[in-house]
Design a binder for this molecule. Structure first.
Ligand code: HEC
Ligand code: HEC
Ligand code: HEC
Ligand code: HEC
Ligand code: HEC
Ligand code: HEC
Length: 314
């Protein structure tokens, strides 16, 4: 019995040992596989050579947008060396433009697609070189990724917040000008768009051309609404914005979205999770979401946010 159990114990130890060994081997090979799959060290020199043959003609030898062909374009080749504008754009944005052409981000078709001529690694090498031209210098750690929110509808014009509010840092309230003074934040009029786009992109960008068409037909742009409360509730931007809440507190990082979207309102899944005692965070624009923030802000910041039914339901 004794020897039996010792032998059994040793067998178990052996088994445990070999299982551990197998696991370690699998983990080892996984690690090797992932390190093999990870991009090989990118070559700046190779990027420089690719840039000289494929990009300098339009963007110029130093990336300033002053190549020999630049004059022929209505929308000029971008100044890729302007770090104030370029440094905030993630590599994925640049890679998308280079691979699929600038229209993939709503920009001018003057920038062609290179996906058929350059491999993925070569595109990363060109980007590495483009980054090295930036002044002020590019710092990878300072770049925030693009956010692809759920349920983004197709809009009548491919309008990108990533470009307007992210790259160019146009103030939210320049376009949503009613947020401080009324119930609604408001969407910019066609005239507001034309304030810039009578000139910018007007000649060669078909997405921007659509603005002119709406203007000619004297039609508002039929934007699809994303954040919308049911009729029986009362919400006002004014009080929230004046209290100092950031737009992002309720709408998410809009300036990092090429298209805006969100999961809002009650959902069956959340209701079921609540029913069985899991407490998922309330979804935006549900009553629980409003009330939870009101409680928190009243407690932490001495706000006077309403908790009574009448204020939100009159
Ligand atoms: C035939 C001319 C041409 C060539 C060649 C060209 N580009 Fe462009 N590129 C443009 C134009 C024009 C724009 C401006 C698009 C806009 O702003 O609407 C642009 C825009 C871009 C942008 C977007 C930057 C921004 O403003 O957000 C990037 C990135 C870019 N080019 C990189 C490259 C790279 C890298 C190469 C070489 C692989 C290259 N381009 C080759 C014409 C060119
Ligand atoms: C304060 C100036 C300004 C205003 C106002 C403005 N834009 Fe732009 N927009 C720009 C600049 C700058 C670019 C970049 C152009 C380029 O590089 O080709 C741009 C690019 C675009 C583009 C191409 C890139 C993208 O976003 O897909 C579209 C489409 C566009 N704007 C639509 C609009 C619409 C619609 C409005 C009004 C709701 C508007 N813009 C208001 C400055 C402005
Ligand atoms: C150049 C003008 C412009 C700027 C700047 C701008 N927006 Fe917008 N915004 C628009 C347009 C046009 C739409 C409608 C198309 C869309 O949903 O993308 C919109 C839509 C939205 C929506 C969705 C509205 C809905 O239907 O529910 C939100 C939220 C929003 N913007 C917030 C912001 C925030 C926050 C900022 C600043 C970080 C900002 N916007 C900057 C023009 C602008
Ligand atoms: C306290 C949360 C909150 C804050 C802060 C907030 N919003 Fe809103 N926003 C909402 C809600 C809720 C709706 C839907 C309102 C409705 O349907 O009546 C909305 C709707 C919108 C819309 C759609 C149409 C409209 O005219 O109202 C836009 C655009 C918008 N917000 C932009 C902004 C901008 C820009 C800011 C910052 C200046 C901002 N919001 C700050 C909660 C907020
Ligand atoms: C991110 C936090 C936050 C969210 C989310 C939020 N609120 Fe508020 N709300 C506040 C704060 C803070 C105040 C109080 C401002 C003050 O004390 O001046 C307030 C005030 C109000 C007021 C009083 C307005 C007035 O004129 O005095 C109403 C009504 C209101 N909220 C409705 C809503 C509704 C409806 C929702 C959900 C759709 C909502 N809020 C979501 C933070 C929030
Ligand atoms: C801070 C704002 C706020 C307060 C306070 C508030 N509600 Fe609501 N309520 C909402 C919003 C926004 C909705 C719509 C979104 C939803 O259905 O979750 C809503 C939805 C509802 C609904 C419809 C729910 C459904 O399933 O369609 C009822 C009923 C309701 N509220 C009752 C009340 C009562 C009763 C009180 C007081 C105890 C109250 N509410 C206080 C904001 C509020």
């Amino acid at each position: 019995m004794n020897t039996g159990s010792t032998r059994g114990g040793r067998a178990r130890r052996l088994l445990r040992f070999s299982v551990t060994a197998v696991l370690l081997a699998i983990l080892g090979s996984l690690a090797a596989a992932t390190s093999a799959a990870a991009p090989a060290a990118l070559d700046l020199k190779a990027g420089q050579a690719l840039y000289a043959t494929h990009c300098a003609l339009c963007h110029g030898p130093s990336g300033l947008g002053d190549g020999p062909s630049a004059a022929g374009f209505a929308t000029k080749p971008s100044n890729l060396a302007d770090g104030r504008l370029m440094n905030g754009l993630p590599d994925d944005f640049l890679a998308n433009v280079i691979t699929h052409g600038a229209p993939a981000e709503g920009l001018s078709p003057g920038m062609p697609a290179f996906g058929a001529y350059l491999s993925e690694v070569q595109i990363r090498e060109v980007i590495l070189y483009v980054r090295s031209l930036a002044s002020p210098p590019f710092r990878a750690a300072a770049v925030l990724p693009i956010v692809a929110p759920p349920r983004a509808p197709t809009q009548p014009i491919f309008f990108s917040h990533l470009i307007h509010a992210g790259k160019y840092q146009i103030d939210c309230q320049y376009c949503h000008a009613d947020a401080r003074r009324s119930e609604y934040a408001g969407l910019p009029s066609v005239e507001r768009c034309l304030g810039c786009h009578k000139i910018i992109g007007a000649q060669d960008n078909p997405e921007i051309g659509k603005i002119q068409e709406y203007a000619r037909r004297e039609q508002p742009i039929p934007w699809v609404r994303i954040f919308k409360l049911p009729e029986f509730t009362y919400f006002t931007h004014k009080a929230h914005v004046r209290f100092g809440l950031a737009c992002q507190a309720c709408h998410g990082p809009i300036e990092r979205m090429r298209v805006v979207g969100a999961e809002t309102g009650p959902s069956l899944t959340n209701d079921l999770m609540n029913l069985i005692g899991l407490k998922p965070p309330p979804r935006p624009l549900t009553m629980g979401w409003c009330v939870e923030c009101h409680r928190a802000q009243n407690a932490a910041r001495g706000a006077r946010a309403p908790l009574d039914c009448i204020t939100c339901h009159h």
